[in-house]
Design a protein around this ligand. Structure first.
Ligand code: GAL
Length: 724
C-alpha cells in the first residue's frame, strides 16, 4: 500500500499528484498511516544556499552546471534498455539524438539484471549501453538499482521485506519491497552500489548519480522497532524522557522497559499521537540514513559527480528539508492530473518547493509523463500543447532540465499503458513529434541554464507540523496542510509574485512578506524568530490553527496561538469547525461581505485591527482577520478559511504592506502565469483562450526569435520566453 497521496488543495492530506494511496508498497498517507519524522537539524543550518534565490557562494558541491555547460538545458528521460533486445538500443540512441535528448536515467530497476544471483555481477550489458550513449554524446544519470531488490533477496532473506501496521509482510512481485532498517538489505545494496561506482567511475557517460527511487518506504517489523528505540533514545534520552514526551500518563500507556516500546501498530483505537509523530520522524530519518550510506559510497568513488535522488514534491513521508542538504542536486518527479483545473498552480507550488529545497540552485524535473499515466482509475491524455507548456513551466521556475518517465513505452509489466516519449506506435506519431519539437526548442533556451528566480516572498511549510496537524482525533479533518498551502499560494501565483518555500526555522531576512498558511506545531525558537522578523520590518500572514502545539505535539495552554499572540495582537479561545452545508458569512471592515467555510475561531483583538469580522451566528461581530502593526512590521492572522476572492484581497493588502509586486506591473490576465528567471520573462497561458499581455519594453522571444513590442498575444497554451 502506498504510493502517492492526493494533491494539495483537494481537502485531503496528501501530496501532489493525486496518485492512489499505496501504490507501490509505500504507506498511503492520509489513510491513518504512520507517517514518518524532527530532531531536525535547524533549518538554517543544513540548508543549502540562500534566501534570495541565489546559489550560496560558499557552496562548492558539484551541481548541474557540470551537465549544462556545453549542453544547455537537459532533456531526456528514464531509459530502461534491459526491457529490450540489444538491436533496439541503436535505434533508441539514434532517435534520442534526433529528439535532442542529452540526458537519460539508466538502471533504476536493474538490480536483478546486474546481480542475477547473490553476489554475481553482470555489468556487460550496462557497459555496452553506457558506451553507446557516450558515443552519441548523451549524458547518463546512473541509478543505484536499490529501489527494487530481486526476488532472490526476499526469498532468501524474508527479513528484508517490509511489514505493514498489521504485521503482514509485503511480498516481492512489485517494487519497493524493502525494510529501510534491514541490515541484510543495507549490506547487499551497498555492496552492489560499491561495485557499480567502481566500475563506472571515470566513464565518459557518467554525469549524475541517482540514488534509489522515490524514497518513501515504511516498515513496522521488529528490526525497525529496534532501530526506532535507538532513535528515541537519541531524542528523548531515557524512558522518563520518552514517557514525558509521549504523554503516557494518558490511557495508561507508561513504558517501563525499552523492549515494550514499539512502532505504532494496528491497535483497537486511536494510537498515541506523539508516538506516531516520532515514528514519522524516525521513518524519514531511517530512509535518509540509507540514502546517505549509498551516497557516501558513490562520493568515495566519484567525488566530482553530483548526486541526487528523485523527490515527489509535497510527499508526506519524507521531510525534504532534512533530505535536500544531503544532495548535490535536488530533483523531482511531477505527475499532474490533466483533469485538475488547478494543475498549473499546484505545479508552480511544487516547482517552487523543489527550487527552494536546493536553496535556489537550479533543479531537475527528473520525471513527468509525456501524456497519460496508467495509475489513476481513468487516465486522461495531455491535450496538445500541454507537454511543452508543463515542461517550460518547470524551466521558468528554475529547472535546468526537463525529463520524462520514460523514453520508450514498455511492452510488458505494470506500466505497459503508461505514456512515453517514444510510444508503442513508434516515432511516426503525434506525441513523438511533440517530443522532438520540444527538444529542439529547449536548445534555444540554453542561456537560461543556471539563472536564478528572484523572490521576496516566503511560504512556510514544515513536515513535522504537517504530520502533527493531520493526526487523528482533531477538531476537523477538513483542514488540510496542503489544502491551506495551495489556497494561500494561489493568489500569489495569480499576481505573478514569485515565492520561495521555507521551513519555519529558515532565514527570513531576505523576504519582505512571509506567509504561514498553517503552522500547527511550532518550537519556541521558531515562534520567536517569526516575532523578531515582524518587529524588524517583515510582513507576516498566519493562517488558522497555527501555533497550537509544541514539538512533542502537546497543546500549548493559554489563549492561542500562544507563542504568536503578542506579535499578532490578538488571541483565541475556541476552534469551531463550521457546518459544511452553508458558507460562513463575514465582512471586511467597510462592510463588504465575503464568505468563508469549514473552520472558525473565537478570537478577540489585543491591539490588532479587526480587518474582517464574522457577521452571523454565535461569532457575529468577532474578528475573522486581524492586522497588527508590531515594531517595524505588520502581522496578519486569519481565523477562518476565506473563499478564494477574499484570500486574494487579503494577499493584495499584505503585498501592499510589504511593498512587493509581481513579475508584471499588474496581475497577468486570468490563466496566464508570469515568472522571471534571470533576465528572461516567461509568460505561460494555461487558459483555453487567447490572452494579451501589454509590455513596457521591447523584447525577443527566445523560443521563436521573434521581436515583441508593445505587448504579446498568447494563444491558448502558448508560452513566450522574453529577453529584453
Ligand atoms: C514514478 C516512478 C517511475 C514510474 C513512474 C510512472 O513514481 O519513479 O519509475 O513508475 O512513476 O508514473
Amino acid at each position: 500500500m502506498a504510493g502517492r497521496p492526493p494533491a494539495p488543495g483537494d481537502g485531503q492530506p496528501g501530496l501532489g499528484d493525486g496518485r492512489p494511496a499505496l501504490r507501490d508498497g509505500r504507506p498511503g498517507l492520509g489513510d491513518g498511516r504512520p507517517g514518518l519524522r524532527d530532531g531536525r537539524p535547524g533549518l538554517g543550518d543544513g540548508r543549502p544556499g540562500l534566501r534570495d534565490g541565489r546559489p550560496g557562494l560558499r557552496d562548492r558541491r558539484p551541481g548541474l552546471h557540470s551537465l549544462t555547460a556545453g549542453r544547455g538545458l537537459l532533456f531526456g528521460g528514464d531509459y530502461n534498455p534491459e526491457q529490450w533486445p540489444e538491436h533496439v538500443w541503436a535505434e533508441d540512441v539514434e532517435l534520442m539524438r534526433a529528439a535532442g535528448v542529452n540526458l537519460v536515467t539508466v538502471g533504476v530497476f536493474s538490480w536483478a539484471r546486474v546481480e542475477p544471483e547473490p553476489g554475481a555481477r553482470d555489468f556487460g550489458w550496462l557497459d555496452r549501453v553506457l558506451d553507446l550513449l557516450a558515443g552519441a554524446g548523451i549524458a547518463v544519470d546512473l541509478a543505484t538499482p536499490t529501489a527494487s531488490p530481486p526476488p532472490w533477496l526476499g526469498h532468501r532473506h524474508p527479513g528484508t521485506l517490509p511489514v505493514d501496521e498489521s504485521g503482514h509482510r509485503l511480498w516481492y512481485g512489485a517494487r519497493n519491497q524493502f525494510c529501510p532498517s534491514s541490515p541484510v538489505y543495507r549490506e547487499r545494496a551497498l555492496a552492489l552500489v560499491a561495485d557499480l561506482a567502481g566500475r563506472y567511475a571515470g566513464h565518459p557517460a557518467l554525469a549524475l548519480w541517482h540514488v534509489g527511487n522515490e524514497y518513501g518506504q515504511v516498515c513496522h517489523c521488529d528490526v525497525s522497532a529496534e532501530a526506532f528505540r535507538a532513535w528515541l533514545r537519541e531524542r528523548h534520552g531515557d524512558l522518563d524522557g520518552l514517557n514525558e514526551a509521549w504523554g503516557t500518563t494518558f490511557w495508561s500507556q507508561r513504558y517501563g522497559d525499552w523492549a515494550e516500546v514499539i512502532p505504532p501498530r494496528r491497535a483497537p483505537y486511536l494510537v498515541n499521537p506523539t508516538q506516531r509523530l516520532d515514528w514519522a520522524r524516525f521513518c524519514s530519518d531511517a530512509l535518509l540514513e540509507h540514502y546517505r550510506a549509498e551516497r557516501d559510497v558513490l562520493r568515495g568513488h566519484t567525488p566530482g559527480v553530483p548526486i541526487t535522488t528523485n523527490f515527489m514534491g509535497l510527499f508526506k513521508p519524507v521531510d525534504s528539508w532534512r533530505w535536500a542538504p544531503e544532495e548535490d542536486v535536488v530533483s523531482n518527479d511531477w505527475y499532474p492530473d490533466p483533469a485538475d483545473p488547478l494543475f498549473p498552480v499546484r505545479a508552480a507550488l511544487t516547482h517552487d518547493l523543489t527550487r527552494s529545497l536546493g536553496g535556489g540552485r537550479p533543479w531537475l524535473l527528473l520525471e513527468q509523463a509525456a501524456s497519460a499515466v496508467n495509475w489513476r482509475p481513468h487516465n486522461l491524455p495531455k491535450p496538445a500543447g500541454r507537454l511543452r507548456l508543463e515542461s517550460l513551466q518547470a524551466v521558468a521556475r528554475g529547472a535546468d532540465g526537463s525529463c520524462y518517465f520514460q523514453w520508450r513505452a514498455s511492452r510488458f509489466g505494470a506500466e505497459r499503458f503508461h505514456s512515453a516519449m517514444l510510444p508503442h506506435a513508434g516515432p511516426d506519431t503525434r506525441l513523438h513529434a511533440e517530443v522532438r519539437a520540444h527538444g529542439a526548442e529547449l536548445r534555444r533556451l540554453a542561456e537560461v541554464a543556471g539563472q536564478p528566480v528572484p523572490t521576496r516572498v516566503a511560504l512556510v511549510h514544515d513536515w513535522p507540523s504537517w504530520w502533527a496537524m493531520e493526526e487523528a482525533g482533531r477538531p476537523s479533518d477538513r483542514l488540510s496542510v496542503t489544502g491551506q498551502l495551495l489556497a494561500y499560494y494561489r493568489p500569489l501565483w495569480e499576481r505573478g509574485v514569485a515565492v520561495d518555500l521555507v521551513p519555519p526555522s529558515g532565514d527570513l531576512s531576505g523576504y519582505a512578506l512571509t506567509v504561514v498558511p498553517n503552522l500547527y506545531l511550532v518550537s519556541d525558537a521558531d515562534a520567536e524568530a517569526l516575532t523578531a522578523y515582524v518587529r524588524g520590518g517583515g510582513v507576516l500572514v498566519v493562517g488558522p490553527f497555527s501555533g497550537v502545539a509544541d514539538p512533542n505535539g502537546h497543546i500549548r495552554t493559554g489563549r492561542f496561538p500562544a507563542p504568536l499572540r503578542d506579535v499578532l495582537g490578538g488571541s483565541g479561545e475556541e476552534w469551531r469547525p463550521a457546518p459544511e452545508d452553508r458558507p460562513v458569512r463575514c465582512a471586511w471592515a467597510d462592510g463588504t461581505p465575503f464568505e468563508a467555510r469549514t473552520w472558525t475561531e473565537l478570537m478577540r483583538t489585543e491591539g490588532a485591527e479587526p480587518v474582517a469580522v464574522f457577521t452571523e451566528g454565535e461569532l457575529a461581530g468577532s474578528p475573522a482577520m486581524l492586522r497588527h502593526r508590531a515594531g517595524a512590521g505588520v502581522a496578519w492572522y486569519v481565523a477562518t478559511l476565506p473563499d478564494h476572492d477574499a484570500l486574494a484581497e487579503l494577499t493584495g493588502r499584505a503585498l501592499a504592506d510589504a511593498g512587493v509586486s509581481g513579475a508584471l506591473p499588474g496581475p497577468p490576465p486570468a490563466g496566464v502565469e508570469a515568472v522571471r528567471r534571470g533576465p528572461v520573462l516567461f509568460l505561460l497561458n494555461h487558459g483555453d483562450r487567447e490572452a494579451h499581455v501589454p509590455l513596457a519594453e521591447p523584447a525577443e522571444d527566445l523560443l521563436t526569435g521573434a521581436r515583441v513590442e508593445g505587448g504579446v498575444t498568447l494563444a491558448a497554451r502558448a508560452v513566450v520566453a522574453l529577453r529584453p
